[in-house]
Design a protein around this ligand. Sequence first.
Ligand SMILES: *[C@@H]1O[C@H](CO)[C@@H](O)[C@H](O)[C@H]1NC(C)=O
Ligand SMILES: *[C@@H]1O[C@H](CO)[C@@H](O)[C@H](O)[C@H]1NC(C)=O
Ligand SMILES: *[C@@H]1O[C@H](CO)[C@@H](O)[C@H](O)[C@H]1NC(C)=O
Length: 407
Amino acid sequence: MASFRGFSFVITVIVMVVLGRCCGGGHGEVLGPPEELGICASAVTIHGYKCQEIQVTTKDGYILNVQRISEGRRESSGGIKKQPVIIQHGVLVDGETWLLNSPEQNLPMILADNGYDVWIANTRGTRFSRRHNSLNAADRAFWNWSWDELVVYDIPAVFDHVSQQTDQKIHYVGHSLGTLLVLASLSEGKLVNQLQSAAFLSPIAYLSHMTTIVGALAARSLLPEKVTALLGIAEFNLKRKEVETILKVLCTHPGVNCYDLLTAITGRNCCLNSSTIQLFLENEPQSTSTKNMVHLAQTVRTGVLAKYNYGRVDYNLMHYGDIHPPVYNLSNIPHNLPIFISYGGRDALSDVRDVERLLNHFKLHDVDKLAVQFVQKYAHADYIMGVDANSIVYNPLVAFFKKHGSA
Ligand SMILES: *[C@@H]1O[C@H](CO)[C@@H](O)[C@H](O)[C@H]1NC(C)=O
Ligand SMILES: *[C@@H]1O[C@H](CO)[C@@H](O)[C@H](O)[C@H]1NC(C)=O
Ligand SMILES: *[C@@H]1O[C@H](CO)[C@@H](O)[C@H](O)[C@H]1NC(C)=O
């Protein structure tokens, strides 16, 4: 594996981007291929798959971009009704990250080749989901949300659209923040009627043991107060000047080695292809909102999975009717929902101890509806870009969907 050389390259580029030596750019400017070349054209149709760009509008007005791959490569569109799968990426990336390896290695195409109707979601604020009915991405109000709003608006918008279009129950695959969004929804009794099954890769819910150095430092010492003061309600873009400034400060902290930033953020990924990483860096990272990062930091600090804390009693009272933000109680997840969980032994974001705490909520889950996989050598990014994720994770996942499918 050319991973070591790959990493040096990656790290150099990330550090260049982070420290602002490359690219300059004003607020919200995004690198990478021209905006008009969508994900279908740049990453799917080139491999011989049909792909449709779809727009889905959330109840609060965000226009999300979704890619639909409804057929595998070797089939003509025929009578059988396929079951849909929604694939949801994590924070600071978008749906394109699923598609960077070869068709034999990436999850959406493997699912399409296995007869599934695949829908790739892109959350608000990422490159192709930066439009709104009335707001502009340059407005502060456009960035006034945390992952609570992704639970309330983005996830249901995509699920409702897919339900309407296919009239079928849906399989779900989430990675990282994409797992939290559906875990939180299920804890509130949402999506239950629409879901066939759910797969959670690198699940995050509790983040107390997150060993990612930068993340932990940011959450424990910097993010909530200072960052909010500095950035306010705004876009969180790793390429933005103010964010660069914060990262520069973090990088001077004793013990933080920014030369190794990718590893410091995601853990020691075992199995990334250096060509894939170059593609990754041409496309990512993507923006999110500062409020979302602050909310995640609150999860790290408090060890409780709760709604956004306004940090002021009067604001919490106004929004929640309580001085404390409501807790997402994961014990409410229905015990008969088929659930596949895979977690890695070297994942710095989704730490083994935190996943084990999450798994405690599944103690009473129906035994034949729960599959838990532990991959000792995997870190966070191996789950989306690992060269052997097809055989290690995706094939068992497809087998799980087939076992728990509607047909
Ligand atoms: C953000 O939304 C809250 C309501 O949830 C509102 O009170 C506040 O004024 C908004 N802030 C901005 C900058 O839009
Ligand atoms: C890495 O990516 C390159 C370019 O796509 C490809 O030719 C090569 O086979 C990949 N290596 C592995 C181990 O998948
Ligand atoms: C969570 O829900 C379970 C049962 O659904 C209940 O026994 C438990 O007390 C709840 N925990 C909290 C913190 O509300």
